[in-house]
Design a protein. Sequence first.
Length: 307
Amino acid sequence: MPTLRGPHLRTPLTLLDPDRSALERSDPSILEPGEDARYVVTRAGAAAMSEDEDGVLHLVLESDDPRGGTVQPLVLLGRREGRRVLGVEIAEPSPELDDPGRDLRDLRHVASELAEDDADLALAATSMGAWHRSMRHCPLCGALLAAEMGGWVLRCTEDGSEHFPRTDPAVIMSVRDGAGRLLLARNAHFPTGFHSVLAGFVEPGETLEGAVAREVAEEVGLDVAEVQYVGSQPWPFPRSLMLGYRAWIRGTDTLTLADGEIAEARWFTREELRAAVEDGSVGIPGTASLGRALIDDWLDEAEDPRA
């Protein structure tokens, strides 16, 4: 992976250095069976994994085509040790496709336990699996779509239009006030006590910085004065890219909560948050998420990062 300059937060899903073999996708034979083919099986954000004696999870690279003669599309994920790695999404349980010994684990729940060198394959496999599961018909005319370019392009069988995988950008931000406190909120759909930083999708025609300011204003009624980019994270549930920011407000720190969206929100000092997490009154995201990385980044600060 290229060297990153400036502040950059990392999670188990950002330590990536993939070989996606993109230049091989145009080879019509790249998805054909062969002794050098290995298969990653996914379903709805989960991937087939195995657990070693140390509790570390590894992707299972199957040597036999897991499709059982069905027509699920394959995706060229890249190469590992010279072998082609192909992803296949199994949409629904079936006797033909479900190996009773196959252990499918939800990536969002086990990312922190996954072997680091498997993260890139797991992300690509679950992301592309979700796309192939949802994109079966042409959005222009309704005809069936056929996979091309190693599974990375879908072409309409009637009008010939091409369709590409979609990624939805979303901003996620640690909001701070003039006293250095951190804002955490509980979404109306979160369980009682669970708090996280604010986040939201980028709207068409909007800059990332503009999305940060708009989301903060909409969700808690605060005016953002300054933002600082700190890193990104793929989040394939089903197709997001999280873009992380530190954000500082101007003016009042009084909160006006979005009705029906934000159930509660409050400012924390570092001492208050540590104590609340320790006594169990506040829960925060797990270590696989960029939200947790932003919280830990604030907790570990020795000085204002803008200095």
